[in-house]
Design a protein around this ligand. Structure first.
Ligand code: ATP
Length: 565
């Protein structure tokens, strides 16, 4: 690159400005500066920059030749004198020209700076997530950033030059141009797109005058979508919370147990005491006597009442599934166990587990349960480490466990572990006072349920209830009253209304001495069992169990007697 050697005559303001400006050019070398005033500020600056200083223009021009001489002395005649001293090949720039040159250089520098700032601003504006749009005071769109296009899908060249009064009449910019005031938080749909946006717009004021307006808007479509998702999830969570609440809700308290007989009063008093203890309880009694009701009351009367009460019917679940139901399983523990599943013991942690029909538990599980009671820890199926649990166990059975122990179907050690406190609920036929009390309770309950106004039982109806054996106990009584009150039209329940339910009591017994053909008896018993437990598969399983026949035999007999089930 060609280097221009420069000399400066005059080290005042002009000389100093020249030094400052020309030093920045790579192809200009200031080789000397001259001034008769030793104190001239330009000389000090020159020394700092390593430029040779001279006492006069003559001495400088005599010792060196330059390509260009700047004369900035302010002396009108100086240029003429210098011209004489320099060769023709040296260009002489006088003070006025130098000034113009310096101004031009400064302007250029400023322009370069503005360009740089503009580029920086463009990067900043384009990296913003928000859309930005600038209009002049007439509403002509001057600028849109990349965020604008990203949100609206409209390219900049399709928008710049349009009038905002045409393309977005309801927008925030139009409002600002109309009012001259900022417009904040305006929700809108971006014109020409589906994007939901929220805009903040403000006037652009230059020298006290509004020259246009700018809007910054955010895409809130995603926020709206997420809000909807959140609402959906929240209502799901609320639903689950309700489920959990229901699981934890008190399903029965001692107040719900109807008992007028002294024998039941004793049982309740004992159970109330047992509730306060944390010991394992074994509830025994015939089917339908209220074992589950007592189990619930024991839980709600205990210190664990705010924690879950989890029930599991050991007879209703196939033996091979019961283990994972009780103790859970790890993911992949067996075919079909895709996810980790918590068992009832873990779900009941801190609360109570109610093991109904414990007499039907397989010997293998009896052994595992015994270990859980002893160690206070469980192991998930497929798991490797034991998990500590704090669960109170209440077990119930309508079977004679001592008999099961005798025939080797129930572990004696488990029996003693479970039978820490035994609550035995007598059958309904052994506590006649309760029959009428329960009947009165159910009349009230089903009056409310079916909008009836049944006042009570006739004396004969009461006698009938008292003379019945109640093989299905309280459950049977409840079912009879539910059906009777649903059907009754009068205000009193008469014996006629109850008769159809009592198979073994016949007003006009057609069979002599209560005898009847065996098959008819069998058919009646099956009908009765199905009435009692229902004709679902589970009901039939229970019915078969109550009749002490296999499920397959029950199905055969239903077919044989053409029973509707
Ligand atoms: N003393 C009572 N007071 C009020 N309701 C009772 C009473 N005893 C039982 N019940 C009601 O009778 C029905 C059967 O009771 P529950 O299910 O507790 O009997 P269970 O002995 O557990 O029967 P199963 O052995 O067949 O499981 C339930 O609706 C229960 O609320």
């Amino acid at each position: 690159m060609l280097e221009l050697s420069v000399g400066i005559v005059g080290a005042g303001k002009g000389g100093s400005a020249l030094i400052e400006t020309l030093s920045d050019f790579d192809n200009i070398k200031i080789e000397g500066i001259a001034d008769i005033n030793h104190e001239a500020p330009g000389l000090k600056l020159a020394i700092k920059k390593g430029i040779e200083c001279f006492e006069s223009a003559e001495s400088m021009l005599r010792s060196k030749t330059f390509d260009v001489i700047f004369e900035v002395t302010g002396d009108k005649d100086a240029a003429i004198n210098i011209r004489r001293l320099i060769p023709d090949s040296t260009a002489l720039v006088d003070g006025r020209t130098a000034n113009i040159m310096l101004t031009l250089i400064k302007d250029r520098e400023e322009l370069l700076k503005i360009k740089e700032t503009k580029e920086q601003l463009a990067i900043i504006l384009n990296s913003a997530q928000e859309g930005i749009q600038l209009v002049d005071k007439n509403g002509i769109i001057q600028y849109v950033n990349e965020g604008y296009t990203r949100i609206t899908g409209i390219p900049a060249n399709e928008r710049i030059g349009c009038n905002v009064f045409d393309v977005s009449q309801d927008g925030a910019l139009v409002e600002v141009l109309r009012t001259g005031k900022p417009c904040m938080g305006k929700p809108n749909r971006a014109v020409g797109s589906n994007a939901q946006v929220i805009s903040n717009a403000a006037p652009v004021i230059v020298n006290g005058e509004m020259t246009g307006a700018v809007v910054v808007f955010q895409d809130i479509s995603e926020v709206i979508r997420l809000t909807k998702e959140l609402k959906k999830s929240s209502s799901m969570i609320d639903g689950l919370k309700d489920e959990i609440k229901k699981m934890n809700e008190v399903k029965g308290t001692f107040d719900d147990i109807v008992a007028r007989s002294s024998v039941m009063q004793d049982v309740i008093n004992m159970a109330k005491k047992a509730a306060k203890e944390d010991s394992t309880v074994l509830i025994t009694g015939e089917s339908g006597t209220g074992k589950e009701l007592f189990a619930n009351a024991l839980h709600s009367g205990s210190t664990r009442s705010l924690k879950p009460m989890i029930k599991i019917n050991c007879a209703a679940i196939p033996a091979e599934l019961l283990e994972s139901e009780l103790f859970g399983h790890e993911a992949g523990a067996f075919t079909g166990a895709a996810k980790l599943k918590l068992g009832k013991f873990e779900l009941a942690n801190g609360g109570t587990i109610f093991l109904d029909e414990i007499g039907d538990m397989s010997p293998l599980l009896q052994a595992k349960l015994l270990r859980v009671i002893q160690e206070q820890e469980i192991e998930r199926v497929g798991g490797t480490k034991p998990i500590k649990i704090d669960v109170r166990i209440i077990a119930a059975t309508n079977q004679n466990l001592l008999e099961l122990i005798r025939v080797g179907r129930f572990r004696e050690d488990l029996y003693f572990r479970l039978n820490v406190i035994n609550i035995n609920i007598p059958p309904l036929r052994e506590r006649k006072e309760d029959i009428i009390a329960l009947a009165e309770t159910y009349i009230k309950e089903f009056n409310r349920k079916f909008y009836k106004n049944v006042k009570g039982l006739t004396n004969k109806a009461q006698d009938l209830l008292l003379s019945y054996q109640w093989p299905g106990n309280v459950r049977e009584l409840r079912n009879i009253f539910e059906r009777t009150i649903l059907m009754v039209e009068g205000e009193w329940i008469t014996e006629d209304l109850l008769f159809p339910y009592f198979n073994q009591i016949k007003r006009k017994d057609p069979e002599k001495n209560g005898l009847m053909p065996i098959e008819e008896m069998e058919c009646r018993m099956i009908k009765k069992a199905l009435e009692e437990y229902g004709s679902s598969v589970k009901g039939k399983q229970k019915a078969a169990k109550a009749l002490k026949i296999s499920l397959a035999t029950l199905y055969n007999k239903i077919k044989k007697y053409n029973i509707e089930a």
